[in-house]
Design a protein around this ligand. Structure first.
Ligand code: GTP
Length: 325
């Protein structure tokens, strides 16, 4: 082969690699949900990494390493607990981006998808992958992380990292479309109706906190309250920053009595919590059942009315809309 032909081949190959990168950048950036993006990732890997064997591990939300799970594998291979242990060994504080570290053991390569100290996914392959495929995987993961962050950031409130108001509207509308309520007999023989409930939580006299300590401390209080919500509610419940100092929770598959118990417990916990920058504060809560005969505006109106009742009747309390005479 002459020099000229060889260099043309190389140029074509480089161009192919470039156009391939362009293709999967385009494919991934068109996705609007995490589910669709994950499916696209797998689809691209099927094209790029085959015929090498690989597994795709995903983390539930990028922060909890204990929650990595096998999402897909080339040969139908099963989840390998040893691999998950190895994934957990990556030092997040040391890493800023995807291409900084690839872990290679005797017979595997671990490609972590990491951005801004968050660990989103890990691809595991054999050590026999070509240099070209190796580069492609790193590139694919960099694009994956960036698109993932764009998708999730648009759903999350920047200050508290809870879901934002836009997500609230979408999730509440979806909740209204969920099929019928479920019935269950409780331990004392009473038949309980299990349904979803909406709660709106408002900090009492928050203006006074801002006025006395300043807005920076006010913001810290909002962040701390959001952390306490994450600790107190179940992972299947939806947690939102509804507006300024108002939060919302969608509690799923609970009875009215349970809802009141859970919310009262949260109210008491906040009352007794020693916040970092303010001694104490209280919250008021209004809640209502999510009945699919209602529409979104009615639901928010009912929860708001119940919240107003809590405020008017001494604050630091929970009111269920159906309990208002
Ligand atoms: N620091 C901070 N303050 C906020 C934010 N959003 C809203 N606020 C403040 O929250 C306060 C809400 O005050 P009000 O609606 O008067 O109610 P309140 O003082 O909490 O009194 P009650 O709700 O009646 O118990 C206002 O001072 C807003 O400026 C925010 O993101 N950060």
């Amino acid at each position: 082969m002459t020099e000229e032909i060889r260099s043309t081949n190389k140029r074509n190959k480089d161009r192919d690699a470039e156009s391939l990168k362009f293709d999967y950048t385009l494919l991934m950036s068109c996705q609007r949900s995490v589910v669709a993006l994950n499916k696209t990732l797998v689809h691209i890997l099927e094209e790029v990494v085959a015929p090498y064997e690989y597994k795709v591990y995903l983390s539930s939300d990028g922060t909890e390493r204990d929650r990595f799970y096998l999402f897909s594998s080339s040969s139908g291979a099963l989840e390998n607990p040893q691999e998950i242990d190895q994934i957990r060994q990556f030092d997040l504080d040391e890493l800023e981006s995807v291409d900084e570290l690839v872990l290679i053991d005797e017979n595997k390569i671990f490609y972590p998808a990491i951005l801004n100290h968050r660990f989103y996914a890990c691809i595991v392959t054999g050590i026999d992958v070509s240099e070209e495929v190796d580069e492609q995987i790193i590139c694919i993961l960099a694009i994956y992380c960036n698109v993932l962050i764009l998708i999730t950031d648009s759903k999350v409130d920047g200050l508290t990292q809870l879901l934002n108001r836009k997500s609230f509207d979408i999730d509440l509308a979806l909740e209204l479309q969920r099929p019928d309520i479920e019935k269950r007999r409780s331990s004392d023989g009473v038949v309980e109706v299990l349904e979803s409930h909406l709660a709106i939580i408002d900090i009492d006299f928050f203006k006074a906190i801002n006025d006395e300590y300043g807005h920076v401390v006010g913001d810290e209080v909002l962040v701390e309250l959001a952390d306490l919500m994450r600790l107190s509610f179940r992972s299947r419940d939806g947690l939102f920053r509804y507006g300024g100092e108002e939060f919302a929770v969608i509690l799923r598959d609970v009875s009215r009595q349970q809802t009141k118990r859970i919310l009262n417990r949260f109210c008491n916990m906040i009352e007794n919590h020693q916040f970092k920058s303010v001694d104490s504060l209280t919250i008021s809560i209004g809640c209502c059942g999510i009945n699919n005969e209602l529409n979104l505006l009615h639901l928010v109106e009912y929860a708001d009315k119940a919240l107003y009742y809590s405020k008017e009747n001494g604050r630091n309390r929970v009111t269920h809309f159906e309990d208002i005479e």
